[in-house]
Design a protein around this ligand. Structure first.
Ligand code: G3P
Length: 218
């Protein structure tokens, strides 16, 4: 399972990339707005920090402008994946960009029917938003199960399931059990995944007992 980080904060990405656990990054217009910085500058810095795909979202809603924006974003670095919304124009742009060799992440996916369309449009990734479905009383993770099952049924679908809008580590565990290819994690969720009180307690005990031996390994 690949881990992407869901942020446009270069400082956070630098720190988390140093763990060696980060395969890529996803951004969206809201995350870029939070930085208060120029989108292209931020993208260049992020692309130099992580080897894997860095999702950069178009802002247009019509096909021609999306395509133009997508080409400009793809030219920023080799590891850019252009993100387009799951609309008819977005899927048309997805098809055109994918045919030109650009990886496309189709975002704002909220149904299995939409995920089928994204795969047929040649998306490299589809991003179902689990947290936002949970927020409105739907079951976000059952959508992931449906998409994984559908994609597994058709080996000619090459689209990877990128679980987005993750709120907590249980979303990640469930996604992993279902065989989703990628989870994009808010930095706080990745940090949470390290924690367990018994790890802290056990380590404190080991260190205390080790100190009693009076030894040093080095
Ligand atoms: O990047 C897309 C997605 O992960 C957004 O998450 O928390 O705004 O629902 P959220």
């Amino acid at each position: 399972m690949k881990f992407f980080i869901d942020t446009a904060d270069v400082g956070e990405i630098r720190e988390l990339a140093a763990t060696g656990l980060v395969d890529g990054v996803t951004t969206n217009p809201s995350l870029v707005a939070k930085t208060g910085r120029k989108f292209i500058d931020v993208l260049k810095e992020i692309c130099a920090l992580v080897p894997g795909p860095v999702s950069a979202e178009v802002a247009a809603t019509d096909f021609e402008t999306m395509l133009e924006e997508g080409r400009k974003l793809a030219a920023v670095a080799k590891n850019i994946a252009v993100k387009v919304p799951l609309t008819p124009a977005g899927l048309k742009a997805c098809r055109a960009l994918a045919q030109g060799g650009t990886k496309v992440n189709v975002t704002l996916c909220f149904s299995a029917a939409q995920a089928i369309l994204a795969a047929k449009a040649g998306a490299a990734f589809v991003s179902p938003f689990v947290g936002r479905l949970d927020d409105v009383g739907s079951d976000g993770m059952s959508l992931i199960a449906d998409i994984v099952q559908i994609y597994d049924t058709y080996p000619d679908f090459k689209t990877e399931v990128l679980v987005a809008s993750i709120r907590h580590p249980i979303h990640v565990i469930e996604a992993a059990k279902m065989g989703a290819h990628v989870a994009t994690l808010p930095p706080a969720v990745l940090r949470q995944m390290f924690n367990h009180p018994l790890t802290d307690k056990g380590l404190a005990q080991f260190l205390a007992d080790w100190a009693k031996t009076g030894q040093s390994i080095l």
